[in-house]
Design a protein around this ligand. Structure first.
Ligand code: ACO
Length: 336
């Protein structure tokens, strides 16, 4: 049977470190509030002068992943680019990345799944690979949040949680009857909660779509009903993990490591407690990077692989919930 295997990963975080203390210069907040409510200590932002889009960060992460995989860009059959902060309104950042990789006609697909971009991306890649449509897929999750945040008191609930960053994963077909690779996935969306976390402008439903009054009122900044998203996350993340494990014929005891989306350390602590897992089975790095949305899971995965903390044949869970709302989990087992 054809299976989807993670061949290599890469990450890119901009050099500019923005600490909680730095944020106190722009808004009424404190290191103590941010750490207690979110676990975040610092995040990375692109240079103040700008000039770096999601595709640029995706390119840097992809170069590392491609080199580790031993692939040239020409080996890629499909690029999947997950971002909520594309370089342009259109075309998608996947096309921009394709060009920056020096490719002429490789297909490139953008997905707009916010915090679950990596999860949707891996399921799409797996479907392409298992159906024989592709053998090698480059999956990228990249976000530039910093240029779109309201760093005044008005936007402080959102501004303190987001960071910039990118992760890239090379996914490859492997012919094997062993239970390895992507074992199962379970994805969901519930548009009923779209307005619980959204950026409203520019909007095609408005004419003109860039409405000056709306911008003056700050409707181009992200707005979040944080407590609603929090409550949904702590309920659905354990549920979806059990569902996906069952689909794979596994149980919580089979988990070696959960690599969850990094939205809030407290969410992941509740999630860990609900599944009764020890600390070493839940990976977090939100302390250093904040929420890089589509970037969180591939960035975590890259750090996990670099640290060599997984044993052979380890079973990992990728999971998350975010804007849409969308949520999901993917069960993956490393080949020996
Ligand atoms: N610094 C200091 N005080 C603040 C800040 C800040 N940065 N932000 C808000 N406050 C204040 C509020 O004004 C409020 O004050 P009040 O009690 O006087 O009205 C108080 O702190 C409590 O505010 P809450 O919003 O109730 O704080 P909460 O404990 O819910 O924490 C947070 C807010 C951290 C945003 C939390 O709700 C959260 O993490 N939610 C989930 C986020 C998430 O998972 N998002 C999805 C992923 S992102 C994506 O999909 C793109």
């Amino acid at each position: 049977m054809m299976k989807t295997i993670i061949k290599a990963t890469g990450r890119y975080l901009p050099d500019r470190v923005v600490t909680n203390e730095d944020l106190t210069h722009w808004m009424d907040t404190s290191d103590e509030w941010i750490r207690q409510r979110t676990g975040i200590e610092e995040r990375r932002w692109i240079p103040e002068e700008g000039g770096m889009g999601a595709s640029d960060m995706g390119l840097n992460a992809s170069k590392v992943a491609l080199e580790r995989a031993g692939w040239t860009p020409e080996d890629i059959d499909l690029i999947i680019f997950a971002t909520l902060s594309p370089d342009l309104f259109f075309p998608g950042s996947g096309c921009l990345l394709q060009h920056k990789l020096g490719l002429k006609s490789t297909p490139a697909l953008d997905i707009r799944q916010q915090c679950t971009g990596f999860l949707y991306g891996i399921e799409i890649a797996d479907a392409y690979i298992r159906s024989g449509l592709a053998k090698r897929v480059l999956l990228v999750g990249a976000e530039v949040h910093s240029t779109g945040l309201d760093i005044s008191n008005e936007g402080r609930d959102v501004a303190v949680i987001f960071g910039d960053g990118a992760g890239a994963v090379c996914l490859e077909a492997m012919e094997t009857d062993e239970p390895v690779g992507v074992l199962a996935s379970s994805l969901h969306a519930q548009g009923q909660y779209a307005e619980a976390l959204m950026v409203e402008l520019p909007a095609s439903r408005l004419n003109p779509r860039i409405d000056v009054e709306g911008i003056e009122a700050g409707r181009h900044y992200p707005k979040m009903d944080g407590s609603r998203i929090f409550k949904l996350a702590v309920k659905r993340l354990p549920e979806i993990t059990i569902t996906a494990l069952k689909k794979a014929g596994l149980s919580v005891d089979d988990i070696d490591l959960i690599i969850p989306h990094q939205a809030n350390l407290r969410i992941n602590q509740f999630y860990q407690k609900a599944l009764d897992l020890p600390d070493e089975k839940m990976f977090n790095n939100i302390q250093r990077y904040g929420n890089t949305t589509a970037g969180t899971i591939p960035i975590c995965l890259d750090e996990v692989l670099e640290q060599g903390i997984l044993k052979k044949n380890a079973t990992v869970v990728f999971s998350g919930l975010g804007a849409g709302v969308t949520w999901g989990a993917v069960i993956y087992r490393f080949p020996s």
